[in-house]
Design a protein around this ligand. Structure first.
Ligand code: SF4
Length: 435
């Protein structure tokens, strides 16, 4: 029996999410040290820097509904509240059946009218990036006074009755503020708090700027997070920790750990299939047309049993197309044919026929792209099959010696093994399919 409180219910049922993501352009009013897109944000001449037109954003949204059957969307910028047509886009998403969330630093929402306009436009909720408090936040995001504005914005958001959740990147200097951030979440009525461990993607992957000076090791993360997760559990706030090796959490908290294999079961995370399409450059740039949606079969080509080998193959094909653009059509046709054969074989051997398998295998591709690796301990660990192990960049700084095998007496292959014990928020609009 799921009991409704504050307009949502909680459940331990795990289903695949249907949420899309859209990057409007890498233009932002902050300069977060750990931003995945920092180079694109700082370079006005980068092709992904300027915001796209409203027309293009709407075309992407239509494809997300019509082709991918998504029913919710995370709108990001850079910073989406800077986008001149954000109200019109929000309203449009609501109208076509994509419930709109803004992933935002909320600084501009310190003006009450901006909040009320967003509410009127139909924003579903906000995912607010609370990466620290006070001076620490200002220092992390590179703008003095930003925290003060964010706190004023929070007052406005509450006054307008817009639901919200928190995102918090686990920077080294933020660890000691995690309890205060969690108390803020409780006192202000946040529905969910997400903690994001070291996962440098995009511009940050292999960055020389990241070192043990500014990156927290998992042992310290565990020390600070353990009482915080107990607190959030006690006050009834859903807490998720992204990209942490499962053994780096106490047994009672492993239900809160979401690595790539678990993310598709979080309703507030992104559908890997449509994400694979919106992440392509044409869908993230102001200029040019959007590309054809990616057939699920093509996605699954990348998600064979040998993700790393296929990553090389995929890169080689893309490089070939870039080098000889006139060969694009025949190469893509060949790619689709290979995909078809591969999937037929996979289905014959009982692999890849289930919806979940597409997502699980795609998760493995994503880990291979970030050079995730395992330690010697992992080989004897019962949950290696559902754990990403260590991000390659993390391992290059700290090694993998923190790993400690979990021994359950049997090997676990179900990615929902732990997370199916977690009570997660389901908003009213999703009761019909998610409960
Ligand atoms: S697979 Fe490795 S990193 Fe993951 S929980 Fe097991 S020992 Fe830890």
């Amino acid at each position: 029996m799921n009991i409704e409180t504050n307009g949502y219910k909680k459940t331990q049922k795990r289903v695949l999410n249907k949420r899309a993501v859209l990057w409007l352009g890498q233009t932002c009013n902050l300069r977060c040290q750990f931003c995945y897109f920092l180079e694109r944000i700082e370079s006005a001449s980068h092709k992904e820097h300027p915001f796209m037109t409203l027309e293009k954003a709407k075309a992407i949204c239509s494809c997300l509904v019509d082709f991918y059957h998504n029913n919710a969307i995370d709108i990001q910028g850079g910073e989406p509240t800077l986008y001149r047509e954000i109200l019109e886009l929000t309203q449009h998403c609501r109208n076509i059946g994509l419930l709109p969330t803004l992933i935002t630093n909320a600084v501009l929402l310190c003006k009450r009218t901006r909040c009320s306009e967003l509410k009127a436009a139909g924003v579903r909720d906000l995912l607010i990036s609370v990466h620290g408090l006070g001076d620490n936040y200002d220092s992390l995001v590179g703008v003095k006074g930003a925290s003060k504005k964010q706190m004023a914005a929070l007052d406005n958001i509450i006054a307008e009755g817009i639901p919200f959740r928190f995102n918090c990147v686990l920077s080294k200097t933020t660890l000691r503020e995690l309890m205060a951030i969690s108390e803020l979440a409780h006192n202000t009525g946040a529905r969910v708090v997400n903690f994001i461990t070291f996962n440098p993607f995009e511009d940050q992957h292999n960055s020389a700027k990241l070192s043990n000076e500014n990156v927290a090791n998992y042992t310290d993360v565990k020390t600070y997070l353990t009482p915080v997760m107990d607190y959030l559990e006690d006050v009834g706030i859903e807490c998720n920790v992204r990209y942490l090796p499962i053994c780096m959490a106490e047994e009672r908290h492993r239900k809160n750990i979401y690595n790539f294999q678990q993310n598709p079961y979080d309703l507030h995370e992104w559908d890997y299939v449509s994400w694979s399409w919106t992440a392509l450059k044409p869908q993230r740039m102001k200029d040019g047309e959007i590309t054809k949606p990616i057939d699920r079969r093509t996605i699954s080509l990348e998600s064979m049993q040998f993700p790393v080998a296929l990553k090389f193959a995929t890169d080689a094909i893309q490089k070939l197309i870039r080098t000889y653009p006139h060969t694009r059509a025949p190469i893509e046709a060949l790619y689709r044919e290979i995909s078809f054969v591969v999937n037929t074989v996979k289905q014959k051997i009982g692999r890849g026929s289930r919806e979940e398998d597409f997502y699980r295998d795609n998760a493995l591709v994503r880990t291979s792209q970030c050079d995730y690796c395992y330690s010697k301990e992992c080989k004897k660990c019962s949950v290696q099959g559902i754990c990403d192990g260590f991000h390659g960049d993390y391992a290059s700084i700290f090694g993998t010696n923190e790993a400690s095998a979990i021994e359950l007496g049997t090997k676990i292959y179900d990615p929902t093994y732990y997370i199916s014990r977690q009570e997660k928020v389901v908003e009213a609009e999703d009761y019909g399919w998610a409960l």
